[in-house]
Write a protein that binds this ligand. Sequence first.
Ligand SMILES: O=C(O)CCC(=O)C(=O)O
Ligand SMILES: [Fe+2]
Length: 227
Amino acid sequence: MVHGNFIHLKEVLSQEELRQIREIVAKSNFVDGKATASGAALKIKNNQQLANSQENTQIAQYLLQALLKHTLLQRAAMPKMAIPPLISRYTEGMKYGMHVDSPLNGQEYTIRTDISVTLFLNEPHEYEGGELEIMTDAGLKSYKLSAGEAICYPTTQLHRVNKVISGKRLVAVTWIQCAVRDAHQREMIFKASEVIKELEEKDMANTEAHLNLQQLYSNLIRMWAEI
Ligand SMILES: O=C(O)CCC(=O)C(=O)O
Ligand SMILES: [Fe+2]
């Protein structure tokens, strides 16, 4: 589902994959999330992150592949590079105040952060509070999705995680550099691809309308993409 520049991904992970990931995570150590924060974020970031280990590096790679192979993400985001997700946990009282993510991020390699992603690893009924709230021109948008679903939003936006009142919130967060950096341009390209898909579903592939739209779609990407 795509709303403007927000991409809601469903079924990024199966129930079995979620179960296995949660089982490993439950046995793993967490460290203070401030370890990967800098500057002003140090004061407002209050969560925990999965400690580095070989097993956790494998989980992060697995999650990254699961996200990148999602066809809606491929169509709407046109990912060029992404960094291995951080698994974060918010226990009672933890939150992440209003902030802006770093424009450049990554440890082994650096990407420009065009899209921020939160992949939910546990169910909304397992914790009270803990909504991800993102500032938009139309006000705050609030997300608390089912396990296995992800919200992708432009990293240009201020956002926060509300205090967890009870229970535990478990998510994986990552950032994507897109072939097209501007969210509005990506949205226009995605809309064109939606109409192309609709024409194909209505058995109108290779009609004049379809070819013209395909040409427009390809040329918009050619005009805006940086590779
Ligand atoms: O936990 C989330 O949903 C988002 C966390 C966040 O904003 C961040 O790590 O920069
Ligand atoms: Fe953030």
